[in-house]
Write a protein that binds this ligand. Sequence first.
Ligand SMILES: Nc1ncnc2c1ncn2[C@@H]1O[C@H](COP(=O)(O)OP(=O)(O)OP(=O)(O)O)[C@@H](O)[C@H]1O
Ligand SMILES: [Mg+2]
Length: 248
Amino acid sequence: MKTLVVMNEKGGVGKTTLSIHAAWFFAERYRTLVLDLDQQANLSYTLEGHLGSVDAVQLFKEETRIPASGHVTVARATDELLEAERVDQSAITVFRDSVQANAPDYDICIIDTPPILGLRTFAALLAADAVLAPIELGDYSLTGVQRLMQSIKGVANHYGRPEPHFLGLLASKFDRRSPRERALFEGLAAEIGGLLFPGVVTKRDVYARAASERIPVWMMKGAAGRDAGDEIRGVFSTVEKMMELTHG
Ligand SMILES: Nc1ncnc2c1ncn2[C@@H]1O[C@H](COP(=O)(O)OP(=O)(O)OP(=O)(O)O)[C@@H](O)[C@H]1O
Ligand SMILES: [Mg+2]
């Protein structure tokens, strides 16, 4: 099992939208586990049909295995996760052990994180094989990116483990029609091109409509759904290759 963490302490950049679509995409071919660590529970709500029998908070309390409930199994977010954020640091390694305990039963574990660099995100980073960081170009800041990279490094160093594979900063609500955003993207590529994910997700209204229907954009009728679907599926195909996913 490989673990993919979707993180950015900035709110509203597309973490949950990406995590949900990743779950749908990977569940087509892999035994997929999804952990919703954000008490806002947007992911748990959209993927309600796939909720397993275990709440995500349980993984912080004791080593926990999550019985698979189908192609995709979701450990739901609850308000209790806020308390997990405040307990002592040992919850971080307990969470890591919980994730590892599920390795025999799943091929991929996708973790959606809250917009805070706190205990839950650090725990996710300790369990991570790969990290994907969606960004919004409009309000992108280099300081934010530095903090993000430092937290990935910091967790690995602190716990004496190799750093997870950083898949890149993914422009996840990219407005192609905005000359300003296109210029920002070019500037970013010139400045920190090596940190950019090879692909983007274009900003499209179909994401909101698909979320309200609780289906992936590629299931939406019409050209908008098809175009969005082709694009985001391409992103996940790249993620799949970068993570060298296998069955088992
Ligand atoms: N590619 C996109 N095009 C248009 N809207 C998008 C896109 N991606 C996400 N959104 C919208 O942006 C809003 C925030 O997205 P999302 O909830 O995925 O972000 P988040 O990073 O998980 O937020 P939070 O930090 O609050 O958890 C949602 O309304 C979502 O529908
Ligand atoms: Mg979210």
